[in-house]
Every structure is written in C-alpha cells, then in structure tokens.
Design a protein around this ligand. Structure first.
Ligand code: AMP
Ligand code: MG
Length: 415
C-alpha cells in the first residue's frame, strides 16, 4: 500500500448540490424561548400565531366624512341629509341612521346601523345641521369590513419566519405582547494563521491584520447569531485541536476561516476529522476555494477559506443557509433580480462564478451592473466597491455588454 498516495480527486461540487447537502445533513438546533414583542425583531418565530380577534373587529370608516344609507343618494343627485350624530374613533353610535339621515364619522370609527357608505369630507358640503353628499359613490365606499385584515381563528404568522417590523406589528395587532422565538444560535468564531495579528496591535513585517473575524462576526450578527469571538489560532495542530474541542462543547456551530486547504500548514481539516467528521468540498465556484463542513463531536462545523473575499462570499452562499437552517428559519433563497451588464466578461465553462459588481442607473433608467476590475479573492476593496454579485452560470462562457444578468444584492445576502 502506498501511504503517500494522494486522495482520489473528487469532481468539484456544484453550489446547488452543496446546498442540498446542507439541507439534508442539518436541522434546527435551537430551543424556543418567550420574548417580549419589543425584543422580537430579527428573531425566528417558533410558534404559529393565530388571530384571536377580527382586525378590524367591526366594520369601520376608512375616511373622515359622512356615513349614510347608499340608497339615499342612489338616483344620481347630490343629496341633502340631516346630520343626526357624530362618531369619532373609539366611540359607538347608539341608534340607527334612518332615511334622509347621515352621521359625521371619522377614520376608524365603527359604522352605525343603517350606514353602508361613507363619503369623504372633501367631497361633501356641511351646512347648518345637514350635509350635501355626492351621488356617484359605490355602495360600501370607504368602509373597511370586519376582519378585512385578519379573521379570528386564522393563522397569521407561521413558525420559521424571521420577524421584521411588519410581523412584530401584526403580532401586536392581534393582541400578543410576547412571542415564542428560537434562542439565538451560539456561534464560536476563530481565525487561523500564524501571519495574522489583532487590529490595533504591533505587526511584524510579513504579518497581516485579521480581517475575516470582523467580516464574519458582522455577517453572523446580521443573521441574529450570538457570536463568541475566540480570536486567532496559530497553525499548530495541538493548539487547534484543544481550542476547537473546547469551543465545540458549548456552541451550536463552530466557524473558522483559513487553514482549510490541503497545504502542510493547513491543519483545520485534519484536526476536525480527528474530533468528529469533516468533508472537504472543492466547490465548482469562484470565488470559493475548498470549503470544509462537518461536526466536532455533535457540533456542526464550518471551515471557510482564508482569502477575505472567498471567506465572505462562501459565507454568503453556503454559511448563511447553514446558519439559518440551524437557527430554525424557514429556507428562503437570497433575493435576485435581472440587471443590465455594463461590462463584458469571458470565462471557461464548468465553474459558476460570482462577479463583484456595483449598480448604477443606466440612461434608460434601468439598473446597470459594473464589474469590479479585479477578480482576486484577496482584495477586500472589491467588496467595499460592490453592491452585490452577478451570478454567472457554470456553463456560461461570455457576458456581453448589454446582456441581462442575474444580480444578488448584498442586502439580501447579509440578512
Ligand atoms: P489560507 O486559507 O489559510 O491558506 O489563507 C489564504 C489567504 O488568506 C492567505 O493569504 C492568508 O494570509 C489570508 N488570510 C487567512 N486568514 C485571514 C484573515 N483572518 N484575515 C485576512 N486574511 C486572511
Ligand atoms: Mg492559513
């Protein structure tokens, strides 16, 4: 047996297949907890929310104006109706509005018996205890029906939703003051590399400042994770092994960057293999060098490439879905849209490429993507310049200036 035989080269893995493996191998690991509504923004809902009331509870006026029975003014003439009451929001008109009568009514006020139409005040003329209402309104105009927004008994929010302002508001609208959400995913984060130094410290020649822990911590924060930053690991297997084993004991996910290739200074893969299991994937993706995914004991592990752009982009494309999955969020692909290419670009078929691009408005008003000149995975300035990524399919070989291309805005890849 040849002990030095290289492992059989596996075919590069398409991104979609990597994502399918993530979905297949990992599920939600976080427990539910109850939080007050004001603390629910960005959290992942762990229960179905059912409306216990109709919203609105009864038919209400959608305008400030006058309410009356539609038949009163159905014959095409402006009508003079006697004003028999005043109904501000929060009050109830006690009687019935009869023939020849109207009530002064305000937005949100319950519609009295006998009223089925509201004319907005701008279209009416009030005069001395009476009002002139227009004759051309539809029956039911300017009235919001009971339950028009939500009906009692219906499920209005489903588990797995990441709560935005509107979901928090909806929960409040059905009377909830707290919600059951998933606990934050506890993520431990390391950088690896003897050349790395902490920003703000002295740096010997040849050393570089650690950027990845800062981009990745920010990316994890944006996904609602509870990030524990454990600093820089040297390229030493023993230290790496002890630190990873220790960290994994109290984490839901361990994330590292660097050291995940197959060079002799790259220990992460081997160490994780010893502590659990690891797959090193060569993704058919650019940027995106090998990506390691596995477990340390039972704790999921994600080993990202060291190059700052590769680390960020592979986190966006693979790390983000993994974190959302472990966090219990329902899977939602990052939003994408079609934009005009403001550049020409050529590549070989076989590998999907994500090009860093900035958006501008073209002469016809359509958004145009301008590609960053360098494709190096080491230039973080490209990410600062760019607004998102142009997705160039594996089999595509050419983008022409003026082609329509798929664009993934960073806003959707961060959140
Ligand atoms: P590696 O994957 O460890 O071989 O690293 C690939 C490249 O990324 C090397 O040039 C590293 O110096 C660089 N790199 C690795 N980790 C970081 C980091 N945390 N911040 C900035 N650059 C890094
Ligand atoms: Mg390294």
């Amino acid at each position: 047996m040849d002990c030095f035989a290289a492992p059989a080269p596996s075919a590069p893995l398409p991104l979609d297949e990597a994502l399918a493996r993530v979905q297949g191998a990992y599920g939600a690991v976080t427990e539910p907890e109850e939080v007050p509504l004001r603390a629910a923004l960005g959290r992942i809902l762990a229960e179905p929310v059912t409306a216990t009331v109709n919203v609105p509870p009864v038919a209400v006026s959608a305008m400030d104006g006058w309410g009356y029975g539609w038949a009163e003014a159905a014959d095409g003439d402006v009508r003079r109706l006697t004003v028999v009451g005043r109904v501000p929001a929060g009050s109830v008109f006690p009687g019935t509005v009869g023939p020849g009568e109207a009530v002064r009514i305000f937005t949100g006020a319950p519609i009295p018996a006998g009223v089925d139409t509201v004319a907005m005040q701008e279209d009416c003329r009030a005069e001395d205890g009476a009002v002139l209402v227009p004759a051309d309104l539809k029956r039911g105009a300017n009235i919001r029906d009971a339950g028009e927004d939500m009906t009692a008994g219906s499920v209005v929010l489903t588990p797995g939703l990441r709560l935005r302002a509107q979901e928090v508001g909806l929960a409040a609208a059905v009377g909830r003051s707290s919600l059951s959400v998933r606990k934050r995913l506890r993520v431990v984060l390391f950088s690896t590399g003897d050349e790395l130094r902490e920003p703000g410290t002295e740096k010997p020649e040849g050393a570089i400042y650690d950027a990845n822990r800062y981009t990745l911590a920010a990316q994890l924060d944006a996904l609602g994770a509870d990030v524990r930053d454990l600093g820089i690991l040297p390229d030493k297997p023993d230290v790496t092994r002890a630190a990873l084993a220790d960290a994994a004991a109290t984490a839901d996910l361990v994330v590292t960057s660097g050291g995940a290739s197959v060079g002799e200074e790259d220990h992460v893969k081997r160490v994780v293999g010893e502590l659990g299991s690891v797959d090193l994937w060569k993704l058919a993706l650019k940027p995106g060098k090998p990506l390691a995914l596995g477990r340390i004991g039972a704790t999921p592990f994600l080993g990202l490439p060291g190059n700052p752009v590769s680390a960020m982009v592979t986190f966006m494309l693979v790390g983000r879905p993994l974190v959302l999955r472990l966090s219990g969020a329902e899977s939602a692909p990052a939003p994408r849209c079609l934009v005009v290419a403001g550049f020409a670009f050529k590549k070989k078929p076989g590998r999907r490429e994500f090009l860093r691009a900035r958006l501008a408005t073209g002469p016809d008003g359509r958004p145009v993507a301008h590609k960053f000149p360098s494709d190096s995975s080491g230039v973080l300035t490209s990410m600062v310049e760019a607004d998102g990524l142009v997705d160039m399919p594996a089999d595509a070989t050419m983008i022409h200036d003026g082609d329509m291309v798929e664009f993934l805005p960073f806003t959707g890849l961060f959140a």
